[in-house]
Design a protein around this ligand. Structure first.
Ligand code: JEH
Length: 277
């Protein structure tokens, strides 16, 4: 896979030299090219921004540097033999970046990222390249960043670990939470390793018991506990048929019951006023 990143802060992408992504590059599984947008400015001040039409706060990134940069990077990639680029545009108004999208992008041969600063890029740039290639405007979460570079690091790491041969067998992603089609889309419970006693804190006995059935059940209960506490939306989204008898027992202990039609789980169905229904 080939990755190109065009940015006014190439140093911000230094983490791509490290760890999983850095190793994938060293092994030749990933070819990363980071470009300084200011190389495609031709005025004394290397200007990349201007005031917004229609008024309002902040500055907007200009069309011409982006257009020249993207034309040049695309020409270079095609010359090097790459095919079918996809343009990834981080923006607070993008579609949510999910594991499903990471899987989809990991199947493409060439990703081109345009992390912006200021209030973003003049709309005409995205509209222009959308006539030539698939464009994915993505947001990595509901909070406001100062620019798109951190999102590029996030998307790149999520995609790179899915490439064939990038993860070792030990850290294989066959049962990733959030994987599309995963039967039980629950958060993971806690994990432990040696020593068995640390600062007076032991490891749950069941994990030392060697009883694989009981361990699996405990892990499932902890996953349900964690998911109801941190991501109730994941429980509400589940088909109740995905829960076995022991799951339903645990969910009941945690205050979750099927709705009156048995279609969905929720916390709000049970009366709390003591009146029997
Ligand atoms: C931020 C690319 C380029 C800041 C504010 C505004 C929000 C309220 N998950 C993510 N958060 N932020 C970004 C992102 C991703 N991916 C992101 C970026 C750029 C990505 C420039 N910025 C800074 C920036 C405008 N505000 C957006 N609104 C109501 C939710 C208020 C307006 C634009 C750009």
């Amino acid at each position: 896979m080939r990755l190109d990143v065009v940015t006014i802060f190439p140093e911000y992408l230094e983490p791509l030299n490290v760890s999983l992504v850095g190793k994938a590059r060293a092994r030749g599984q990933l070819h990363v090219h980071v470009h300084d947008l200011r190389a495609w400015t031709y005025d004394r001040h290397n200007t990349v921004d201007d005031t917004p039409y229609g008024g309002g706060p902040g500055m907007v990134m200009k069309t011409e540097p982006w257009g020249d940069a993207l034309d040049s990077v695309l020409a270079d990639g095609y010359e090097a033999g790459s095919r079918e680029p996809a343009l990834i545009v981080p923006t607070p108004s993008g579609r949510p970046f999910t594991q499903e999208l990471a899987v989809h992008l990991s199947e493409r041969p060439w990703l081109l990222f345009t992390p912006a600063r200021y209030e973003g890029i003049d709309r005409r740039v995205v509209d222009e390249y959308a006539t030539r290639m698939p464009v994915y405007e993505v947001s990595i979460g509901d909070y406001v960043l100062a620019g798109g570079e951190a999102a590029v690091l996030v998307v790149t790491e999520a995609v790179a670990r899915l490439l064939p041969g990038v993860l070792g067998n030990a850290e294989s992603h066959r049962d990733d939470s959030f994987a599309p089609g995963a039967m039980a889309n629950l958060l993971e419970g806690p994990v432990h390793t040696k020593p068995p006693l640390w600062r007076g804190r032991g490891v749950p006995d069941v994990l030392l018991s060697g009883h694989h059935g009981k361990i699996a059940r405990w892990r499932r209960d902890e996953a349900l506990r964690r998911t109801t506490a941190h991501r109730p939306d994941l429980i509400e989204r589940c088909d109740p048929k995905a829960f076995d008898k022991k799951d339903r027992e645990m969910l009941s202990i945690l205050g979750w019951e099927p709705d009156p039609d048995g279609e969905r789980y929720g916390r709000f169905w049970r009366r709390t006023d003591g009146v029997e229904e």
